[in-house]
Design a protein around this ligand. Sequence first.
Ligand SMILES: C[S@@+](CC[C@H](N)C(=O)[O-])C[C@H]1O[C@@H](n2cnc3c(N)ncnc32)[C@H](O)[C@@H]1O
Length: 302
Amino acid sequence: MADEKINKGHSENYFGDYRDFWWNRAFLDLTAKRLDLERHQSMLDVGSGHGHWTRILAPYLAPGAEITAIDSDEKWYKENPDLQAYFQKSGNLFQLKKGDAQDLPFEDNSFDLVTCQTVLIHVPRPAKAIQEMKRVLKPGGTLLCVEPNNIVQSLIKTSLTKNDPIEETLDHIKYRLIIEKGKKAMGRGDNSLGDLLPGMFAMEGLNNIEVRLSDKAIAMYPPYDNEEQLATLKQWMKGSSWKSNTQKDIDFFHAAGEKYMPFYFEYQEKYARSDEHVMGALQREQYHAAGGSLMYLVSGSK
Ligand SMILES: C[S@@+](CC[C@H](N)C(=O)[O-])C[C@H]1O[C@@H](n2cnc3c(N)ncnc32)[C@H](O)[C@@H]1O
């Protein structure tokens, strides 16, 4: 059964998109109420990518609100027909533009709501991005940033890791910490920036700071047949969750410091088959995990 699903994963049409399942609807409703999103007539989504977050928030704003999305990657600001088509039907005025979070191409005091989701973790100067987002926010407007701590993933137990020796868990944490250090050293951001966001908001002079955690967990358990589990399987097959992308990891290790390279090779040798173990356990329907994560929602007003 799982085997069939995993093989069908090669057809893009079989699965939904992983990010479509990142939020519980009731939690979004509550967030919209808490932040009184319906009074906002305009929104800027920074680093909008495919537009998952843009589409999620737009219906909570005032009817016909003006939506602006920007991204620094031309893959997203030039070729995003899905997002354009979505907003053509929605009744919102919509524009998609090129823009860098650290140097926003907008006048001061332009938007009622400025937001981003999993963007500041990729930005070399996140404090500058927060300063820019505040600058383009209207007085009284809301800044809402959604960013994770990703290092906790190394501590989440699964049916495969539940009896791991302490040393193995420490190896996984050490590996991820070195990757995070290298990523930062390369100016590619900080994977666990979410922990620091409230303080950064305070230092930027934002008011009414509120900090919450998403209540979503994507639990995996046999027979893995609900939509979010199928989308998660697809994401795993693309290799972004538990598979290591060897060249990228080597670059991060070099950037973290040459002294870490022996650990890279030891780790790769010791855990060379862990991807196969996960895939095998999924196929035998023996893999399960509650799928917890740490995703912060930090809001403040100007
Ligand atoms: C992980 S994706 C998140 C996309 C979208 N916010 C979502 O949640 O689905 C990160 C996005 O941030 C964009 N990005 C990275 N650095 C950026 C920067 N300095 N300015 C604007 N966008 C940036 C990337 O191109 C990418 O689309």
